[in-house]
Design a protein around this ligand. Structure first.
Ligand code: ADP
Ligand code: MG
Ligand code: MG
Length: 763
């Protein structure tokens, strides 16, 4: 078995040589000055792992050849380094031994390097980066060069572009008269790479050429390790460079313009994470500040504000135009207004799937969860962390991207997006098939959605409007009315208010279509708590409306059957507002289980020309998709409720009580409320879509659950023929990118399978 490969053999397979080894071979082939050496392959690692044996004869032969080529003898002028080389780069995680000078020692170092695959640091790194634990590593044996030889020697690291801005041009550090380890260990403070341009302009020019050659070959930004020995440049390593979101986008766009990569490759290279990171505010040079405590990075972005502990305080502060950070042990659905009013949220309990985390992510608010070091005293309105006490009204800064909590107001950098992002997303729009719409309940949200590039409003909910104080009293009057006269008066009042709401939303559409969903809330949610009511008749009425299990109770279209006046009022208000501003409006009916319900609501249109569609969120609706399609103007999958229904999980209880344990134990791979469960919920959707399209091939089908903004789920929606996704405005850029990636990947898969050859029509 051939287990040893010289760089000069020209084998470049990273599954054999590992990443570092393969790239050294490539660089030697490209004519760069690489100290000579050879690789003991990954299959030798496997053999060693099983038998404890190394291919000693081959190693001895390879070392002899190395001696011939360098004209030096091991131990007398020739020393080697023994370096790890895994198929996936794991910087600094495994062992490297330098200055090895005799055969036996080389052998023992190869063993050390092989064993370091399983050191705790490497194991943890693989776990975090989802690198398979059985890949294994090769060992690179390479002639040493010496950066500490004389004053014309040194060592450095070079990025071919700036890893945080993406700006083209060399970026890096250089340490004169030093070995590589001195730089990596941080023992000595290096100079910016530009200092080399003055010290040794020839070497600097050579580095620029190296950068250009490597980028042309690898078609990506490179992170290069080099050593200068007595004025001669040696390249010791190259790999594709890690970069921040902003740089990732700029590099991808610039490289298309430079002709290095195709537009499609540029779209595939940028990740949803990159775009997300780019669109959030962040702390300017966070390394200069000491956090007082840490929690989980639950929703990205940084925010500065004054501390409040009560959601009502947050609302009041917002009205005074104050920026507040809401600090709570945990949040519940009751706190939603307070969360919306705050610029950031900090909780001492709860994980990444806690209520606070989910809600803030959807809203685009920074959030830190589960900061257990933060001890909150709600009574005294203060918290204690890292030995300091922070009282209500004090200013803090939270970084939801790192989970760090700081005292005081730190300077924040605005997330403006970049011209390159706009360019990339324009290309994404051209590449994608899925439409990207937004969920927006208010005129402000519609404006935001438009700014992010939404093509329509796929879900405009009406619950929020009812919860505003003036409306709340009107709906209460309706529900508690003692006679039909009183009830009609309350309804008329509601109709006027709703019409105003719709007018405000419709006016901002600017040509976009909008889907208004009729009311979907258990009625008792509009009523005051039983205990607060003194009037016995009223209390009785509230008790009547109360439900044991409201989630599965008297909500959605069921209200239309029992209280037709409410939906009728909403439909009238929508129609009147539409008549006034001429918007492209459709109506969506929630919680439908049968076509009879849909027909019932359609009758309320009274010949008005409005499209009525189904929010597909019950299992029965999916099972009856064919029949429903015949009557429905469109479908929109409400994947949140559908997931609850398919799992028989109440989301709130699941996330509070057992979902984390399920995830930690590996019983479930992902939280199904975040990443669409393709195998269960997805299968149901796929079935429903195929039945529906059989009856009505052009039926418009959207998705408006939280999954509509999640990249993995978006791929699935593309593949099953959904027409558009409708997500929170903040997620639109990510959705545009993910939709393009889904389309490109599907096209490539198709091409790989061998696209069916077009049949020429008969003449
Ligand atoms: P890692 O995979 O952790 O980056 P490396 O194998 O790159 O480890 O080794 C770390 C450092 O050791 C290199 O950056 C380089 O500075 C130094 N080094 C390795 N091999 C040589 C060599 N042949 N000559 C000089 N320095 C070397
Ligand atoms: Mg290295
Ligand atoms: Mg729902």
């Amino acid at each position: 078995m051939n287990a040893v490969y010289h760089f000069s053999d020209g084998v470049e397979d990273r599954d054999v040589l590992g990443n570092k080894g393969a790239n050294l071979v490539t660089m030697a082939k490209l004519g760069l000055r690489v100290p000579p050496g050879f690789v003991v392959s990954i299959s030798a690692y496997r053999e060693h792992q099983q038998t404890g044996q190394l291919p000693l004869a081959q190693i001895r032969g390879a070392l002899e050849l190395l001696e011939q080529r360098t004209g030096k003898v091991l131990g007398q002028g020739l020393a080697v380094s023994v370096r790890s080389s895994a198929p996936v780069s794991m910087p600094g995680m495994m062992d490297t031994v330098l200055d090895v000078r005799d055969f036996d020692h080389v052998v023992s170092c190869i063993k050390t390097v092989f064993q370091s695959w399983d050191n705790p640091r490497a194991i943890e790194y693989r776990r975090l980066n989802r690198i398979p634990p059985d890949l294994g590593t090769a060992a690179v044996i390479q002639a040493m060069v010496f950066g500490d030889q004389d004053e014309r020697s040194g060592t450095g690291v070079m990025f071919t572009r700036d890893p945080s801005t993406g700006e083209k041009g060399l970026f890096g550090e250089y340490l004169s008269q030093a070995k590589g380890e001195d730089l990596v260990s941080g023992r000595r403070t290096p100079q910016p790479l530009s200092s080399l341009a003055e010290q040794m302009p020839g070497v600097y020019a050579e580095l620029e050429e190296v950068a250009s050659i490597l980028e042309k070959h690898f078609r990506d930004m490179q992170d290069v390790e080099f050593t200068v020995e007595s004025g001669r440049l040696y390249v010791l390593q190259t790999r594709s460079g890690k970069r921040g979101g902003r740089a990732a986008v700029k590099i991808a766009v610039d490289m298309t313009k430079e002709g290095l990569i195709s537009e499609e490759d540029a779209l595939l290279r940028v990740s949803a994470e990159d775009v997300r990171a780019l669109l959030h505010r962040r702390i300017d040079s966070p390394e200069s500040y000491q956090p007082v405590a840490r929690g989980l990075a639950a929703a990205p972005g940084a925010a500065t504000g004054i501390v409040v502990f009560d959601p009502q305080d947050a609302v009041a502060a917002m009205r005074r135009n104050e920026r507040v950070i809401l600090v709570r042990p945990e949040t519940s659905p009751d706190d939603i207004q307070g969360i919306a009013a705050a610029v950031g949220v900090l909780t001492s309990r709860g994980g990444l799937t806690s209520h606070a985390a989910i809600v803030t992510r959807a809203m685009g608010r920074p959030c830190i969860c589960g900061a257990e070091e933060v001890r909150i005293d709600l009574q005294r309105q203060r918290f204690e962390a890292g030995g300091v006490t922070v009282a209500r009204g004090d200013t803090i800064t939270i970084d939801g991207s790192t989970g760090h909590i700081y005292l005081g107001a730190l300077p924040l950098t605005e997330a403006e997006g970049t011209p390159e992002l706009a360019e990339l997303l324009t290309r994404a729009d051209a590449a994608r098939k899925l439409g990207v719409w937004a969920n927006a309940d208010t005129a402000e949200a519609v404006v935001l959605a438009r700014r992010f590039g939404a093509q329509g409003i796929g879900l405009c909910r009406t619950e929020r409007q009812f919860n505003a104080p003036d409306r709340l009293s009107a709906i209460r009057e309706f529900l508690l009315a003692e006679d039909s006269g009183q009830r009609a008066k309350a309804l008329e009042q509601l109709r006027r208010l709703q019409k105003e709401d719709f007018l405000a939303v419709f006016r901002e559409l600017d040509g976009m279509p909008v889907i208004v969903r009729l009311l979907d809330l258990p009625l008792h949610e509009f009523l005051p708590p039983e205990g607060e009511i003194t009037e016995p008749a009223l209390r009785e009425r509230v008790r009547e409306l109360k439900e044991t299990n409201p989630m599965l109770g008297h909500r959605g279209v069921r209200l239309a059957i029992t209280y037709p006046e409410i939906y009728q009022m909403q439909i009238d208000a929508i129609a009147e507002a539409q008549a006034e501003v001429g918007a492209n409006v459709a109506i969506m009916v929630p919680q439908v289980i049968t076509v009879q319900e849909l027909l019932w609501v359609r009758r309320m249109l009274r010949d008005r020309d409005l499209k009525v569609g189904v929010m597909m969120e019950t299992v029965r609706a999916c099972m009856r998709a064919g029949r429903l399609a015949l009557v429905a103007g469109f479908f929109s999958f409400g994947t949140n409720d559908l997931t609850q229904a398919v799992y028989s999980f109440s989301r709130e209880d699941a996330e509070k009580k057992f979902l984390n344990t399920y995830l930690e134990a590996g019983v479930l791979r992902d939280n199904p409320f975040q990443v669409l469960d393709v195998e269960g919920v997805g299968r149901l959707m796929e079935t429903a879509i195929s039945w529906a399209r059989k009856e009505k091939p052009r039926l418009e089908i959207g998705v408006c659950g939280e999954h509509a903004g999640e990249p993995q789920s978006i791929r699935f929606f593309h593949d099953v023929g959904v027409d558009y996704v409708s997500c929170s405005p903040f997620r639109i850029p990510v959705a545009r990118l993910a939709a393009a990636q889904a389309a490109i990947e599907a096209r490539r898969r198709e091409a790989e399978r061998g696209a069916p050859t077009a049949v020429r029509p008969a003449a």
